[in-house]
Design a protein around this ligand. Structure first.
Ligand SMILES: C[S@@+](CC[C@H](N)C(=O)[O-])C[C@H]1O[C@@H](n2cnc3c(N)ncnc32)[C@H](O)[C@@H]1O
Length: 397
């Protein structure tokens, strides 16, 4: 239903300031010709010393900042008007989602469902994956007592943080109409490229289904042992209809298409294979956490001056090679029509490979400066990134 912005914001605000019924709100995306200070804002009610405040959290790509404010309608209206294109407000009887179109109209839709309010001000992060969930035992992350195995704790946390970034981006893309609303007959499709033991693959399937998102997940790994093990686990869990595994090279996988592509630490240029596959499959969303980087490092034989001052130190050269690799991946994605962010998905203590490239397909036409910057960096360093070779030239122009 179309409404004026005023009407839509007023409806959202009424729910947000109602301490008895408000559950949470998410503001994301950017309205045409408007700049937003943060990529996304989360609002939820919290009880502090007997009164209900609104907790406002935003992330600048590195850290999340949280502040608690009084439930003031003026402040809420200010936030709602601050340039976000997608607004989701949940209350105990359902949700309202507002999508502001390019022409400045508000498309408002409502759902009815029963939701619980959590006024807990506990700073401790709530776990998304219950350690006692049978899938964690099956994949080998938890033991028979439902406790996370110490040797698998880092992987468990990586998977959780990966999901924490996947879910809001996915919800925003669904609200924005970039991804269809998943149903049991037309579920969301996800492909996990280089899935290995499939911790993330199963976690994405189980968690998304647990929050009511019908999903079909495919895990691809070159190893037949991974495929056989993972398909057996899917059978044991009784979920083979909606999750399956193939033993294939990413570059020649028989998987046809996917709304969402995920890849967690696919080795070296397997990450480029994953990105190239996602681009050619026209995937709407990709979350890629790269692993080791050798391709560019091998090509960096001659540093353009004055960079020799840095590359004479082996360690610095290696780190610069990592940065160049991922910057050029991000730049290529911009060129082929994705909005790209580069973020830390987990703190470095749980994995040194903690960077993620998150990209949403917008089909925005690349600016000439983007192509020019990409070309100049490659020319100066005398390098051709693996990803460029994997993308047919028509994508790069
Ligand atoms: C470091 S493991 C990560 C596994 C899993 N994503 C995780 O985070 O636990 C990388 C996986 O990618 C797979 N792999 C590497 N290159 C591949 C390729 N070209 N095609 C398919 N799988 C590949 C490997 O077999 C391995 O299982």
């Amino acid at each position: 239903m179309s409404k004026s912005l005023e009407e839509a914001f007023s409806e959202a605000s009424v729910h947000i300031i109602n301490p008895a019924t408000f559950v949470r709100a998410v503001l994301s995306g950017r309205r045409r010709n408007m700049q937003t200070e943060f990529e996304r804002i989360d609002i939820r009610p919290v009880e502090i010393k007997g009164s209900v405040k609104l907790q406002i959290s935003h992330n600048d790509g590195r850290a999340t900042t949280t502040k608690n404010i009084d439930s003031d309608p003026l402040k809420i209206t200010e936030l709602l008007e601050s340039g976000y294109a997608n607004i989701l407000v949940e209350h105990i009887k359902g949700s309202i989602s507002i999508r502001i179109t390019k022409s400045g109209e508000a498309h408002v839709s409502h759902t009815s469902k029963s939701l619980e309010q959590n006024l807990n001000h506990d700073k401790k992060k709530q776990r998304l994956l219950d350690p006692a969930d049978p899938f964690l035992l099956e994949v080998g992350i938890a033991d028979h007592k439902g406790a996370i195995k110490p040797s698998k704790n880092d992987k468990y946390l990586q998977v959780e943080e990966f999901l924490r970034l996947l879910v809001p981006t996915l919800e925003a893309a669904i609200i924005a109409g970039q991804i269809h609303k998943p149903t049991e007959t037309n579920p969301l499709t996800i492909v996990d490229l280089g899935c290995g033991h499939a911790y993330l693959t199963f976690a994405a399937h189980q968690y998304l289904r647990s929050i009511g998102i019908p999903v079909h997940v495919t895990g691809i790994d070159v190893r037949t042992s991974s495929r056989d093990r993972n398909n057996k686990i899917a059978q044991n869990l009784g979920i083979s209809e909606t999750i399956n595994f193939k033993a294939e090279e990413i570059a020649s996988t028989t998987a046809q298409t996917a709304d969402v592509v995920i890849a967690l630490h696919a080795c070296d240029t397997a990450t480029d294979d994953a990105i190239a596959w996602a681009v050619m499959a026209a995937s709407k969303l990709m979350l890629i956490a790269p692993c080791c980087h050798h391709d560019i490092q091998r090509q960096m034989s001659q540093s353009p001056e004055p960079w020799g001052a840095l590359t004479k130190f082996g360690l610095m050269k290696e780190r610069l090679g990592d940065l160049l690799t991922d910057s050029l991946r991000a730049q290529l994605l911009r060129i082929v029509g994705y909005r790209v962010e580069v973020i830390e998905f987990i703190s470095g203590e749980h994995t040194p490979r903690n960077m993620m490239i998150r990209a949403v397909k917008t089909d925005a036409k690349a600016e000439a400066i983007d192509v020019q910057r990409y070309r100049e960096i490659c020319e100066q360093w005398g390098i051709t990134p693996a990803l460029e070779k994997k993308l047919p030239s028509l994508y790069i122009g």
